[in-house]
Ligand binder design. Sequence first.
Ligand code: NAD
Ligand code: DAU
Length: 337
Amino acid sequence: MKIFVTGGAGFIGGNFVYYMLKTHPDYDIVCLDALTYAGNLHTLSGALENPRFKFVKIDITDRDGIFGLFDTERPDIVVNFAAESHVDRSILSPEVFLKTNILGTQVLMDACREYGVKRFHQVSTDEVYGDLPLDRPDLLFTEATPIHTSSPYSASKASADLLVSAYCRTYGLPATISRCSNNYGPYHFPEKLIPLMIINILNGKPLPVYGDGKNVRDWLYVEDHCSAIDLIIHDGKVGEIYNIGGNNERSNLQIVELLISTLGKGEIKFVRDRAGHDLRYAIDSTKIKTQLGWTPRTDFENGIKKTVDWYLNNRSWWENIVSGEYINYYRRMYEDR
Ligand code: NAD
Ligand code: DAU
């Protein structure tokens, strides 16, 4: 079995590469990644020497390049993680989100059709459902919740989902979609809440909490997301959407306070809110649990401890990133906020 993993030099894709190499000792994995600001070959350093692994630097919107690669490699399964993934960046510059997240997905699906790929899996997000009110803890997103997006990022992911469903119905593309809640764990890019706060604490910088910090996210340890996708590509039903969630709702303030107490220091600074900021995400994962037998293995306290330890023990990974482009982005995003 040969699996194409797009976006495998990023956070979740990189964890998925390691998960698949470990879980399926007879599989070959080919990682396709454009190495944008979010992609990092150091993330894959533990896989690069593995004879069952290959890295190809390629942009998923490069139709000729992608078709050429499918022609030579002939993958059985394609799992599409490649995306522009940060909401704040999508508010600053939406265009590249539309190009990569929508048109890139289309190119991959066209190649899957041409070369008879047995399964195309689209890694989507709970953000396509919009948000839930803070005062209705009884409400959760199910797979039947209507799409209702807030940011250019979520609109681009929702557009891609609609396109995947259309390719499945119109062309018979054997596709599945998963919509997961917020991940955390090793190799998480420093622009995102949890790594940003850990790194700012370690660097003695203020901890920028948007608005009043009451917005809620549902957190899942990244390896549990990987195990869910592994199940879906093998046992999931073509044409189906599967929600994946951690059942771990926390306000942003609770997250930041937990990190402060774990690391023993840190000073919160409330800053201007994100435009269109979603209030609450909460996922109902009943379908994947009952139909595919998925269960998350890492509880939140243990997952946060493992994550903090990883950032403490892998300083060079994030110190290399917290430079150049990232410093410019950080200034633009947080100065005068
Ligand atoms: P990330 O930003 O860490 O990684 C994205 C990867 O895609 C990078 O390696 C980047 O170089 C690559 N990439 C970007 N544009 C590309 C292009 N045009 N061609 C080829 N490669 C390209 O993102 P992540 O957090 O690992 O998210 C991965 C996927 O999971 C995304 O599709 C995202 O929407 C989805 N998702 C993320 C979360 C989360 O909490 N992080 C939750 C649910 C779903
Ligand atoms: O729900 C899944 C989504 O989770 C994924 O689809 C996205 O790719 C991923 O980036 C993530 O989106 P969020 O917007 O929820 O993640 P982020 O880490 O950017 O922010 C989490 C919360 O923390 C959000 O309410 C905004 C807040 N925040 C974020 C940053 C970076 C702050 O208060 N301060 C910050 O500096």
